[in-house]
Ligand binder design. Structure first.
Ligand code: SAH
Length: 232
């Protein structure tokens, strides 16, 4: 069974389009939807926005369904200058950009206390497989790199430059870092597929509303290709 996590209704709806034999279950504040995607049993969950929601949902998903691995699918703000709205960002690793205990000696910005890592790598075979599947979808551009998460909707060029200088990265959003941490702590394999809805700049809130549907569809298409062929 594959566990799939989306933060928002618009993101999950594009996956439900090709999900069959749907059975809905509510558990501990979260909606879980069991279904069949191209012959693979999946459980889809709607976690809500932000790192706490995403962490709670990921832990619940693992404890209740014990999926083989987890894929987080949704939209994100673009960081890399060459990344455009509608492009796909596949995470090689995730960072929580707002985790900051750097005023203590030896601690770096983004370093997660207790784990002592800044970046948590996604599972290589999953990320490689997503990349291979994505290449067959033309003309969408695919980017791989670090995805930065924090409990902030990024909508300022200054903040964007700060993030770029601090961590690099290809895209920013609000859940992947915590999903990564929970998976890491549970030794659960995971991957992240995001499509760009905005440029995290002054007009990112307007762009977000305008492109959430089309970008969610792009991300869902990559997921569908992955599920069709991940066993090959
Ligand atoms: N309109 C919503 C808020 C959306 S927050 C409301 O009013 O409730 C943005 C969501 O999309 C988050 O789930 C986040 O993961 C992702 N996202 C897209 N662009 C982003 C950006 N520029 N900064 C941070 N998160 C972004």
């Amino acid at each position: 069974m594959i566990g799939i996590i989306c933060a928002m209704r618009q993101e999950i709806e594009e996956i439900l389009v090709f999900t069959k034999e749907i059975k809905e279950e509510c558990y501990r504040n979260f909606k879980f939807i069991r279904g069949n995607i191209f012959g693979t049993e999946c459980v889809l969950s709607l976690c809500g926005i932000g790192k706490v929601h995403a962490a709670m949902c990921t832990q619940t998903l693992i404890m209740k369904y014990n999926p083989d691995f987890i894929i987080n699918v949704g939209v994100a703000g673009g960081i890399a200058p060459e990344i455009k709205i509608g492009d796909i960002a596949i995470a090689s690793g995730v960072v929580q950009h707002d985790f900051d205990i750097s005023s203590f000696e030896g601690r770096k910005k983004g370093e997660i206390a207790g784990i002592d890592l800044i970046e948590i790598e996604t599972t290589k075979w999953i990320t490689d497989k997503i990349l291979v599947c994505s290449k067959s979808i033309n003309p969408i551009q695919i980017h791989t790199g670090t995805i930065l998460s924090g409990d902030q909707f990024i909508c300022s060029p200054q903040k964007l430059t700060e993030l770029k200088n601090e961590f690099g990265g290809i895209a920013c959003e609000m859940e992947a870092g915590s999903i990564g941490q929970v998976c890491y702590m549970n030794k659960k394999e995971f991957g992240i597929i995001r499509s760009i809805s905005d440029h995290a700049d002054n007009s990112s809130n307007i762009d977000f509303d305008k492109f959430i549907k089309s970008s969610s569809k792009n991300a869902a298409n990559i997921l569908s290709n992955f599920i069709k062929s991940y066993r090959d």
